[in-house]
Write a protein that binds this ligand. Structure first.
Ligand SMILES: [Mg+2]
Length: 265
């Protein structure tokens, strides 16, 4: 349920954040202010982060900026690639589970992307940055401008380019996602983030993520707060509304900071 009453937030045991657009601009690291707030939050709450990005990206966006005492990492739980993987800290970051796609499934996904591009006459942007189709093992992801656009162009230019693409091409992206799901009914297809389409095993979404958090961390979903920027029909956080979780929709990291300040205050 959407909540606005901050008295209901304080007692929550665990705060679950989406990554891109919620803690950070898309694919970029947390800024200094967010990092400082997160360090304080970890002193008083358990924190889980679910995002579409791979584990390597979680390290760059979340762990590298966060200079906290190692024991605080015990309160931080990472669910990259839409919770198809789970990492927790125990004298180092350890993988708890990994829902790998088979070699055959991954080949089929890549071939189907090509089929869909041909079918709708999709043309790639003239300039792309890194892989457009990336095999993340647990997830195959289409990124219209390439995986490395923010890494290669820098945060300001890279994020601006992605936002520009999103503004003009979201209908095309949704069309690609729709056809992918039609041709791959045995798998889960999501139009995610700004420029991406993710394919994973069936039944993987952020509701699945919350259930995994409940199971592995022994915290009931109703005792969690979820914060995300895409809690609307078609958004990649929308699935959480199917669960008993209390949630707050944010427009971006600045609003997320306000929520963390209220939890701390
Ligand atoms: Mg997001």
């Amino acid at each position: 349920m959407q909540i606005a009453n901050f008295n209901k937030i304080k007692p929550k045991q665990l705060i679950v954040f989406d990554m891109d657009g919620t803690l950070t601009p898309t694919k970029a690291p947390m800024d200094r202010e967010m990092t400082a707030l997160m360090a304080k939050l970890l002193l008083v709450k358990k924190v889980a982060v679910i995002g579409g990005g791979k584990y390597q990206l979680f390290k760059q966006q979340l762990l590298q900026p966060l200079k906290v005492k190692k024991e605080l990492f015990k309160n931080l739980f990472l669910f990259p690639t839409t919770s198809t993987a789970f990492y927790k800290y125990n004298g180092g970051w350890k993988n708890v589970y990994l829902l790998q796609l088979s070699q055959q499934e991954r080949q089929k996904i890549k071939a189907t992307f090509q089929r869909v591009f041909d079918e709708i006459g999709y043309r790639q942007p003239e300039k792309i940055y890194g892989k457009v189709i990336e095999d993340r093992g647990t997830q195959v992801t289409f990124s219209a401008l390439g995986q490395e656009v923010v890494a290669m162009l820098g945060r300001v230019k890279g994020v601006a380019l992605k936002e520009q693409w999103k503004e003009h091409n979201t209908p095309v992206k949704l069309k690609i996602a729709g056809l992918m799901q039609k041709y791959l009914p045995e798998l889960e297809v999501r139009a995610a983030g700004h420029t991406s389409v993710d394919v994973t095993k069936k039944g993987i979404d952020k509701a699945y993520g919350l259930r995994q958090i409940e199971k592995h961390l022994k915290v009931k979903i109703k005792d969690m707060l979820f914060v995300g920027d895409a809690i609307f029909p078609g958004g990649n956080d929308y699935a959480v509304t199917k669960t008993p979780v209390d949630y707050i929709a944010v427009a971006g990291p600045e609003q997320t900071k306000d929520i963390i300040r209220k939890i701390l205050g």
